[in-house]
Design a protein around this ligand. Sequence first.
Ligand code: PBG
Ligand code: ZN
Length: 355
Amino acid sequence: MAFPTTRMRRLRASPALRGLVRETELRAERLVLPLFVSETASAREPIEAMPGVERLPIAAAVQEAREAAELGLAAVLLFGVPAEKDSEGSGAWDEQGAVQIAAAAIKQALPELLVITDVCLCEYTDHGHCGVVDWGSHPPGSHSPGSHSPHSHPAESNPARSQPPSVDNDATLELLARTAVSHARAGADIVAPSDMMDGRVGAIRSELDAEGFAEIPIMAYAAKFASALYGPFREAAGCAPAFGDRRSYQMDPANGREAVREALLDASEGADMLTVKPALAYGDVIRAVKRATRLPVAAYNVSGEYAMVKAAAAAGYLDERAAVTEILTSLHRAGADIVISYHAKDAARWLSEGA
Ligand code: PBG
Ligand code: ZN
């Protein structure tokens, strides 16, 4: 029955009616707050492109976690900023690393709050890639774009010798698994591999099981796209790649079906939850992954998405509270069970204040 029998506006007439038929609810316990824990910071360090977000010394990270818990957030997601980097990213599995120490400290102070740890090598490698690099014919140090002389040795033109450096998938798996185990040992409740190497979920699952952590869930970034929206994060974590980009391991933003294949593979390797990242331009992927796997899905509202809203709000171009509420709600509507967002504390505060 169409108009005039059906009038859609009948159910929009008052706040009570709108509340009665609202399909999607934003809830603090579905929000996860990312934290940058620094080994070197002696005080909170602001991150220019992410107003309101800071690199944190351990004590401040515990303080942030406490606030998160008091606001009713589900979890914090820890990223580490190490003092030193090397070619393998060995800081990633250092028992005294920022993530390991912060995870232990947060669990001790706030046993009820979930601690999720990012499992990747890029914050810890001196070249900034998410895995170990096979240098091919370009030894470390020779990778600056200007290093190719037009008069180079004839051997340079031999295709077998001119392989560009690449990220070695299989050699990286063991290092990721070792990192995940070190996080579990420190007390992490959930590990979240974000590297996009093939087979890492299976490798991490079997190593966790072998080391006595069969009960630790894996939240896998199943569909992580090579996105321009990670820019501010790379400033925050100091992990921009020193050469090339991440397009040989992160996904092409044009591909939705491939995202579902990634998700199904991660599920078959034992992932307990799946993450889609970035979030805002990927609602279709969130929905497709959810439908195909039936696993809990997290949407990662990334640093660039945060920066855009903060910049527009600071300029007076939009109402921050209304925009953030709409954005986070829309991710749930798309099918996300969990939303990871730098806005999480603000959103929880607004929720507790009510309309
Ligand atoms: C690194 C990592 C990145 C993000 C989370 N983990 C950056 C990247 O892949 O280059 C981005 C998060 C954000 O932008 O908020 N594996
Ligand atoms: Zn990485």
